[in-house]
Design a protein around this ligand. Structure first.
Ligand code: SIN
Length: 309
């Protein structure tokens, strides 16, 4: 257990995650507390900060101490108070429109790996928990990288995954029937967004440790490889993330007033689901963007057959 002033940090599992108590994030955060939280995040990758009831503006103030906030791509699903806070919710208004993103995070992913500068940190406040279900699962991608065979490590060193946001471009995911207009949305986003490449092995810019950086949700190929060549590699890597025994994982069951904060540069996560109307889940999400494209942070000579970087 680690303490700063009164704040207590207690691991929730051996592999990933810690609970943080005795801190009020609506108070001004001192430099010492910020450093203690940063240390805890780097050590545990996910922090479950108990007993927080931040307004959307307060969530933005707390989030902004970690860096520049991303603006959600869909203003429609943000709070009235501020467009920096995205709503994830299954609630549907009487006119059939959704209050928030209904299918947010339903497959294993690292946030925004499909854009050139992916998200660094995500903060999720549980505003309304359903009676049952609604957990978030996390997977430690440092641990997965470490567990790969030396052959696999060598095989993927210097390779770049191809990432895309649209579900219609990804044969490993499905479109939730609960999201109004989802098929049109993903068809449009297939046309509107380019593919982005990211290193398959990421050296974390703050810890210097290596982690696997790919996900079933966003990684659809490997640069310079045919589908037939890339699929066995991706399937083998994804098998660790989706392993039913969950050896590298922590599953968070929300209590009222939990605020969860995680580091996307060394984690995959997914919203587990398992709830349905009239039971409502509502989360308020803020995201701190990365500061550089990951391929620049991880600049290394790609294997000669993969040119163009
Ligand atoms: C996310 O993927 O950012 C949200 C996860 C969740 O809602 O549990």
């Amino acid at each position: 257990m680690m303490e700063s002033d009164k704040m207590k940090v207690t691991p929730v599992s051996e592999i990933v995650g810690a609970e943080v108590t005795d801190i009020n994030l609506s108070d001004p955060i001192t430099d010492d507390t910020k450093q203690a939280l940063r240390r805890a995040l780097l050590d545990h990758q996910v922090l479950v900060i108990r007993d927080q009831t931040l307004t959307p503006e307060q969530q933005v103030t707390f989030s902004a101490i970690w860096g520049e906030l991303e603006t959600p791509s869909n203003i429609e699903y943000t709070t009235e108070e501020t467009h920096k806070v995205m709503i994830l919710s299954n609630e549907i208004r009487p006119d059939g429109t959704a209050v928030g993103v209904v299918d947010g995070g339903d497959f294993w992913h690292s946030d925004s790996s499909h854009i050139e500068v992916p998200s660094a940190i995500t903060i999720l406040q549980a505003v309304k928990n359903p009676e049952r279900g609604g957990d978030t699962e996390f997977c430690n991608m440092y641990a997965i990288y470490e567990a790969l065979s030396e052959d696999m490590k060598q095989n993927i060193d210097g390779l770049y995954g191809i990432h895309h946001v649209s579900k219609v471009k990804n044969k490993r995911v499905t479109i939730s029937p609960d999201r109004p207009g989802a098929k049109d949305f993903y068809e449009n986003s297939a046309k509107a967004n380019p593919e982005v490449i990211q290193p398959l092995v990421l050296t974390h810019p703050e810890t210097g440790c290596k982690s696997l950086y790919c996900s079933p949700r966003f990684t659809i190929g490997i640069q310079g490889m045919s589908e037939e060549e890339a699929d066995p590699i991706l399937d083998a890597l994804f098998a660790h993330i989706t392993d039913r025994k969950r050896p590298f994982h922590y599953r968070h069951k929300y209590r009222d007033n939990d605020l969860v904060m995680w580091d996307n540069r060394c984690l995959c996560h997914r919203a587990v689901g398992g709830y349905g109307l009239p039971d409502i889940r509502r989360m308020h999400r803020t995201v701190i963007g990365g500061d550089r494209p990951l391929m620049l942070i991880n600049r290394r000579r790609p294997k000669t057959r993969y040119s163009g970087l």
